[in-house]
Design a protein around this ligand. Structure first.
Ligand SMILES: NC(=O)c1ccc[n+]([C@@H]2O[C@H](COP(=O)([O-])OP(=O)(O)OC[C@H]3O[C@@H](n4cnc5c(N)ncnc54)[C@H](OP(=O)(O)O)[C@@H]3O)[C@@H](O)[C@H]2O)c1
Length: 251
């Protein structure tokens, strides 16, 4: 089975590439470095030829709500149109637990992506998960201010991207089912604490400062909106187990 992985070089996409191979299928990577631009559609048609599913693990980093909405909206529309033209029967997307409710900042982009899919009759599956363990690492990449590491005040129940990837590949190998049951990490954590543990694991010591972010986006990080509902399926790999796979300074 040929499975296209959009965002193949990212935190999730690289795990999806591995998971596709482990499942015995052929992954086709999509990212700008492989010559495909999901925003313009350049290179998309040949990449999709003969595919049975597309797993969309693409993302962008910006601080603009408008750009998040533009990115996730445009990418989703471009992929769906190219899949229709290439007769790819299954589009698999990933979103974040609570994001559509919040509908602000990054989550406005995820809400737009979800709305576009839900307006399409069929042919798609959507899995919502909590933040990945990599989220702490991604914050370290962005939040260094002078000698400090600034982290949003945030409650999260993070999950290993490897487990999410395995789940997405299993979904891609089945029939399109619309909204899948949510999947969360094994336990609730505090984001500043995770960042401290990540910095220690890569041999960095830097004061970590927790900052409550303003607006609906920041509030949702603090008030539990991003946590899974009671009874949500839980993955197995803890943050500390994931930490043992991380090494070396990042910045
Ligand atoms: N991170 C989390 O904690 C988390 C939690 C739950 C769900 N999710 C969702 O999981 C998905 C992946 O997130 P991530 O954190 O793994 O993303 P990421 O590490 O930022 O990776 C983004 C990927 O998208 C590609 N990309 C960006 N712009 C592109 C373009 N114009 N054309 C083609 N490829 C492009 C990047 O490659 P190039 O830059 O080389 O093009 C990269 O491969 C997103 O939908 C995100 O909302 C993330």
């Amino acid at each position: 089975m040929k499975i296209v992985v959009a965002g193949a070089t990212g935190a999730l996409g690289s795990c999806v590439m591995d998971a596709v191979r482990i499942a015995g299928h052929e992954p086709v990577p999509i990212s700008r470095s492989s010559g495909v631009d999901l925003m313009t559609g350049a290179g998309l048609a040949p990449a999709l030829a003969g595919a049975t599913a597309v797993i969309d693990a693409s993302a962008t980093s910006t601080t603009s709500t408008k750009q998040f909405v533009d990115f996730f909206g445009t990418v989703t529309r471009n992929l769906l149109a190219a899949e229709r033209a290439a007769e790819v029967p299954h589009h698999v997307a990933i979103s974040i637990i609570g994001a559509a409710k919040v509908n602000a900042n990054y989550y406005a982009g995820k809400a737009a992506q979800e709305q576009i899919l839900q307006a399409v009759g069929g042919g798609w599956s959507l899995l919502r998960t909590t933040q990945f363990h990599d989220f702490a690492k991604q914050l370290v990449g962005h939040g260094k201010v002078g000698p400090w590491q600034v982290v949003p005040t945030m409650r999260s129940q993070p999950i290993a991207a490897t487990e999410v990837a395995t789940e997405l590949v299993a979904i891609a190998c089945g029939e399109p089912r619309g909204l899948e049951p949510d999947l969360a990490g094994p336990r609730e954590e505090n984001m500043a604490d995770l960042v401290r543990r990540y910095l220690a694991a890569i041999g960095r010591s830097r004061p970590v400062i927790q900052v409550p972010l303003p607006g609906a986006w920041g509030r949702s990080m603090r008030d539990g909106t991003l946590l899974p509902a009671r009874g949500t399926r839980r993955a197995r790999v803890t943050f500390d187990e994931w930490l043992t796979t991380q090494s070396g300074p990042t910045s």
